[in-house]
Design a protein around this ligand. Structure first.
Ligand SMILES: *[C@@H]1O[C@H](CO)[C@@H](O)[C@H](O)[C@H]1NC(C)=O
Ligand SMILES: *[C@@H]1O[C@H](CO)[C@@H](O)[C@H](O)[C@H]1NC(C)=O
Ligand SMILES: *[C@@H]1O[C@H](CO)[C@@H](O)[C@H](O)[C@H]1NC(C)=O
Ligand SMILES: *[C@@H]1O[C@H](CO)[C@@H](O)[C@H](O)[C@H]1NC(C)=O
Ligand SMILES: *[C@@H]1O[C@H](CO)[C@@H](O)[C@H](O)[C@H]1NC(C)=O
Ligand SMILES: *[C@@H]1O[C@H](CO)[C@@H](O)[C@H](O)[C@H]1NC(C)=O
Ligand SMILES: *[C@@H]1O[C@H](CO)[C@@H](O)[C@H](O)[C@H]1NC(C)=O
Ligand SMILES: *[C@@H]1O[C@H](CO)[C@@H](O)[C@H](O)[C@H]1NC(C)=O
Ligand SMILES: *[C@@H]1O[C@H](CO)[C@@H](O)[C@H](O)[C@H]1NC(C)=O
Ligand SMILES: *[C@@H]1O[C@H](CO)[C@@H](O)[C@H](O)[C@H]1NC(C)=O
Length: 683
């Protein structure tokens, strides 16, 4: 695909500026992305090689393969498996790694287990294939795998219909999968579903995950020649082929992203200048809500589309199916987009072009091309609109706007259950400054409406079930969220937004850096920061004095244990010192503790009695989100409202002791989101 001449490019940029401004205008207005179709048509026309539009979409069957071709890309699929073994574009015979076996280039897989059996990976190989539609405009091929009790326990008891779609004039192809368990099938757990693409390592060396997360990457061989660190995913590059990478750390989890932002990522080859992108126009088929984090692209060069995973959450959110439980879900379509510029142009502009393509795909969502009747069209979906307000009489006597609230629909469940829900669809948006929201394109079904609001603790759930039917337009009008609160604030530490990002994130060890994250807002993605606690607090633990200390510099981002050498770790106790002018001995005070992450940890709370054997409160052992080791700044959210009788406080100085009691490994720890001490209720 060649770009138009300079004048046209200038004009094109001007149009993009106008489009983007309009786009943000709309976003500001109601939190939703609206673009008009004439603009989209203009973008699309200019964005493709018009002569390529003349090509009809064709299908060739050759030996054990089918080849889909639209004159722009040629996709070779193995039959009946349905793996992507070839992807030809821009004169390059195969974008995928030809050194790999054919079945190890582009494929779907699922991680699952029978109860009490070890975890297994199923490559979801098709057993038969069928051309669902094939004409000069579009091609859709199904690769079907069916299960029956006769096949034994070695493949996952799920029917999987993998689809690949090629459209006329489209610089890429789509894939989606229909997963189904009829009633009566055995009990299983399924923790991961994804698509994987492995690209030519000789070509693709530059990876882009966002505007400010892009870099030249090490190769798989560089990793093999390096030194594994505390876990195998993290490698110190001691012998890289590119000398500039020597001494850096590589870890795929350093490139994770919250699902709401995981819309386009991929790779650039500079010679010839070609880009390979995974574009995901919606988050509806992923799991566990908008701030669930997951992998994107990583050294290999590898690009993933993660549909289901336990990353940054733990097995608690894996899909568990009871014996007999029916289930069906459509994952995707996602778009594999290819782009190119002429050798004279800057190959990094391919990232900007990929973002423009994302805007086009978002505008086209829900797609009209999928042939499966399990993929509903726009007209078969519904919408919900409303306004969320917050009532907290200790902050304001008036109702407050739930500015930028996250509002979403997920399967019915308890308050906050969306963050561990993994079987259904979820539909989220962010409200505007006034708390107004509009959620579009919701599939038919019964949901609960959930919300959480930056600046406030706790979770909102609308009182009634919400039933979406074809074309539903539900207006919920004004809803009021009462965040947890028992009395006025005596003091608070942090900002309630479900992350630990506002706390002190240390510099990495100079010998263990990923240079991408030097002088970067996402400093927390560096390797080994957890070990810095023992370096900063070698003997005595953290003490925070309310009114004196500043949580941005005096509160370590993670409550970890201390490495005392010889692979031995000890529990740590943090102290919060505060002064009370007077105490009401007969009333309860409330300590609100919101955690941003928990991994095999136990938080014990004591008041004015550090040594007491019995803690006033303990979480017990909680959490498997592993966000400390995986450089996330949060995992799952936990909120504890802990009452303390007034007679345990002292007039004058008091101390709350927070003990992270687990110390078998350095990754047993937690992150705080926010802590608040509330005085007794005003009567
Ligand atoms: C358009 O695509 C065709 C077929 O891929 C190619 O031969 C031609 O050079 C392209 N033209 C331009 C102007 O990019
Ligand atoms: C592509 O086709 C449109 C009309 O369909 C035309 O306006 C435009 O100039 C063409 N672009 C190029 C680069 O030929
Ligand atoms: C594309 O298909 C149409 C309809 O089958 C046919 O009339 C036309 O000749 C084809 N064009 C090319 C370039 O093969
Ligand atoms: C795939 O297999 C399932 C289960 O046997 C069946 O219901 C479905 O119709 C098949 N799909 C196609 C496209 O053949
Ligand atoms: C299948 O069953 C055998 C025998 O019980 C067991 O050893 C094996 O791990 C099972 N495989 C899977 C994938 O569950
Ligand atoms: C809401 O829907 C769920 C699931 O369909 C159902 O179990 C529950 O009883 C419903 N609750 C109400 C109040 O209708
Ligand atoms: C380190 O731990 C091992 C095993 O617990 C012990 O035998 C050894 O004496 C320890 N070394 C030091 C220096 O403490
Ligand atoms: C204080 O909290 C305890 C435990 O929740 C409760 O039993 C007690 O009634 C409360 N006291 C007052 C004065 O509210
Ligand atoms: C102390 O708390 C009790 C129970 O909430 C309340 O009745 C009483 O008025 C409070 N005393 C003072 C001095 O505020
Ligand atoms: C109370 O704490 C403050 C600040 O830590 C300290 O300066 C003061 O000496 C303490 N007062 C008493 C009576 O211990």
């Amino acid at each position: 695909m060649k770009k138009p001449s300079v004048n046209l490019t200038v004009c094109f940029i001007a149009v993009v500026v106008v489009v983007v401004s309009f786009f943000f205008f709309c976003l500001g207005h109601n939190g939703y992305r609206i673009r008009t179709s004439p603009v989209r048509r203009y973008l699309r026309d200019i964005d493709i090689n018009n002569s390529s539009r003349l090509f009809n979409v064709t299908l060739q069957r050759k030996g054990g393969y089918v080849i889909m071709d639209n004159g722009i890309v040629q996709v070779t699929l193995s039959t009946p498996d349905g793996d992507v073994v070839g992807l030809s574009y821009n004169g390059i015979p195969n974008i995928l790694e030809t050194k790999n076996e054919e079945q190890n280039r582009g494929y779907w897989d699922a991680v699952w287990n029978n109860p009490d059996e070890p975890i297994a990976t199923d490559r979801l190989k098709g057993e038969s294939y069928e051309v669902i539609i094939g004409n000069e405009e579009q091609l859709e091929i199904s690769f079907n795998k069916t299960w029956s009790s006769g096949v034994g326990n070695e493949t996952v008891p799920v029917n999987v219909d993998k689809r690949y779609v090629l459209l006329r004039g489209s610089s890429g192809f789509y894939s989606y999968g229909i997963f189904e368990r009829p009633t009566g099938w055995p009990q299983i757990e399924m923790d991961q579903v994804r698509i994987v693409f492995k690209l030519q390592s000789q070509m693709f060396d530059y990876m882009a995950v966002s505007d400010d997360r892009q870099r030249v990457m090490p190769t798989m061989l560089d990793r093999e020649n390096g030194e594994p660190l505390a876990f195998p995913e993290a490698v110190l590059l001691t012998n890289p082929s590119n000398e500039e990478l020597r001494g850096e750390v590589d870890d795929k989890y350093q490139y994770s992203t919250e699902d709401k932002d995981n819309q386009v990522h991929g790779w650039i080859c500079s010679d010839p200048p070609v880009g390979f992108w995974m574009i995901t126009p919606t988050d509806e088929f992923r799991v566990a809500g908008p701030v669930k984090q997951d992998l994107t692209s990583h050294a290999g060069p590898i690009t993933l589309s993660m549909f289901v995973s336990t990353h940054y959450a733990g097995k608690d959110i894996g899909m568990r199916f009871a014996a007999g439980e029916p289930w069906k879900k459509v994952f995707g379509p996602v778009f594999v987009y290819l782009n190119s510029v002429s050798p004279e142009e800057d190959s990094l502009s391919l990232w900007e072009d990929a973002k423009q393509q994302l805007a086009i795909e978002i505008n086209d969502w829900p797609y009209t091309f999928p042939q499966s009747e399990d993929f509903p069209s726009s007209a078969q979906r519904g919408s919900v609109t409303g306004q969320l307000l917050v009532r907290d009489g200790y902050i304001s006597s008036r109702l407050m706007r739930a500015s930028n609230a996250f509002v979403g629909l997920a399967l019915p469940g308890p308050v906050g259950s969306w963050q561990t829900e993994s079987k259904g669809y979820q539909f989220w948006t962010q409200a505007d400054n006034h708390g107004n929201f509009l959620i579009k394109n919701i599939r038919v079904g019964v949901y609960n409406l959930y919300a959480f609001v930056p600046g406030f603790i706790g979770d909102y759930k609308y009182k009634a079930n919400i039933t979406i039917e074809f074309g539903s337009e539900i207006n919920l009008d004004v809803m009021v969220f009462d965040p947890p609160r028992q009395g006025p604030t005596l003091w608070e530490i942090g900002f309630p937004d479900r992350t630990a990002a506002e706390f002190y994130v240390p510099d990495p060890y100079p010998t263990l850096m990923n240079k991408l994250y030097n002088n970067h807002a996402d400093k927390f993605r560096q390797y080994g920061l957890w070990e810095r606690y023992a370096a900063i607090y070698p003997n005595n633990d953290l003490v925070f004095t309310v009114g004196v200390d500043d949580y941005t510099v005096d509160w370590f981002y993670a409550h970890v244990n201390r490495n005392v050498g010889n692979q031995t770790y000890e529990a740590t106790t943090w102290e919060i010192r505060f002064f009370l002018q007077s105490v009401n001995q007969t009333a309860n005070y409330t300590l609100q503790i919101a955690l941003a992450s928990a991994a095999e940890c136990e938080l014990q709370v004591r008041l004015n009695n550090r040594e007491s054997e019995q803690s006033a409160f303990s979480t017990g052992r909680i959490g498997k989100d592993n966000a400390i080791a995986r450089h996330g700044i949060h995992g799952l959210y936990w909120l504890y409202s802990i009452p303390f009788p007034g007679d345990q406080f002292l007039q004058g100085n008091n101390s709350i002791y927070l003990t992270q009691a687990r110390s078998e490994s350095p990754f047993e720890g937690l992150m705080y989101d926010y802590i608040r001490l509330e005085a007794p209720p005003l009567t």
